[in-house]
Design a protein around this ligand. Structure first.
Ligand SMILES: NC(=O)c1ccc[n+]([C@@H]2O[C@H](COP(=O)([O-])OP(=O)(O)OC[C@H]3O[C@@H](n4cnc5c(N)ncnc54)[C@H](OP(=O)(O)O)[C@@H]3O)[C@@H](O)[C@H]2O)c1
Length: 290
């Protein structure tokens, strides 16, 4: 199946000079359990990635920490040489330990190494967009991002990175990054039930900067809400569809990167996100996370 980008729900958005479909794909779920090691079914993982491209999706989110290296290698195997329209967004700032933890890796040498490893594993000479991942597994944490972010700016000046973003960041860290160099996106935890960044999303929208919610479907614990289930039943849709459609309605600068390891779920999510939500339904859904 092949779909033109503009026929995907939400249309397109411009990240710096890169046009991407607002309906993107998050590759993290393609690695093994706990985002460690290879997938149980490698062929299915490759099939999901080929379907992503076949559907006309032009934004894939990944990281060398997934696996580690596993999702980047799968992306390369499935899609390299990449179509010119496809933009792969990666992140640096965390590594993996033997227990599957995500220790920070934000010293200048860690950041440089991670950028070079992403280039190598993805088979690219330039990375389209690199997010500096901050905080920890508990969420954003206060503190200056200057040293690792300035290292990314240096790598950008060397021509290894086109655009920069931040992830798992506080509003203060977003402002600090912007005082150092332009950013084109912020990638933080946000969904229908978790609305900590409402104010930040609106501020970024005014500045023309994308907000890319991770865990749009609840991540490792699927979104559960009786209000969501009741709206979905009334609309004869799945809660996942309603949750994705709500994000597209929430603000024009929101880009979706739902994860899935299933071609059927991928197709269902693309179809479901085009659901039109009336003003009354939006008001009802708005109460879930307030
Ligand atoms: N910056 C960061 O710190 C950070 C942190 C976490 C994630 N991320 C990024 O954000 C992306 C999205 O997050 P995520 O993938 O963890 O969480 P998510 O998109 O909220 O949810 C993914 C989960 O939902 C399930 N799912 C998807 N579609 C479904 C459907 N139609 N029906 C039933 N289940 C469905 C998937 O299972 P199936 O595989 O069975 O479909 C998977 O378990 C990641 O892929 C990653 O790229 C970034």
């Amino acid at each position: 199946m092949s779909t033109s980008p503009t026929s995907l729900p939400g249309g397109t958005w411009t990240l710096g000079d890169l046009t991407v479909t607002r309906f993107g794909y998050g590759a993290m779920q393609l690695a093994g359990p706990g985002v460690m090691g290879p997938p149980a079914d490698r062929d299915s993982a490759l099939a999901v990635l080929r379907e992503v491209a076949g559907l006309g999706i032009t934004h894939i989110d990944t990281s060398d920490a997934y696996g580690p290296r596993v999702t980047n290698q799968l992306i390369r195997e499935a899609l390299h040489p990449y179509p010119e329209t496809l933009h792969i967004v990666t992140k640096v700032g965390a590594t993996r330990d033997a227990q599957g933890g995500w220790p920070p890796a934000r010293r200048p040498e860690d950041v440089r190494r991670a950028v070079h490893e992403n280039l190598e594993s993805l088979g690219l000479e330039v990375l389209d967009l690199v997010n500096l991942r901050l905080g920890d597994a508990q969420g954003p944490q206060p503190g200056s991002l200057a040293e690792p972010f300035e290292t990314l700016v240096e790598l950008q000046r060397q021509g290894l990175i086109r655009h920069l973003g931040v992830s798992n960041a506080t509003a203060e860290q977003v402002a600090e990054a912007q005082a150092i160099a332009p950013i084109v996106c912020v990638q933080n935890l946000y969904n229908l039930a978790y609305r900590q960044d409402d104010e930040l999303i609106d501020e970024l929208a005014q500045q023309g900067i994308a907000y890319v919610p991770f865990f749009p479907l609840g991540g490792f614990s699927p979104l559960q809400s009786s209000a969501l289930s009741s709206v979905a039943a009334r609309l004869e849709a799945t809660p996942m569809s309603v949750a994705l459609a709500w994000l597209l309605h929430r603000s024009p600068n929101i880009l979706l990167i739902p994860g899935t390891s299933s071609v059927a779920h991928l197709r269902g999510n693309v179809a479901g996100a085009s659901l039109s939500l009336s003003g009354d339904v939006l008001t009802e859904l708005d109460k879930i996370g307030r």
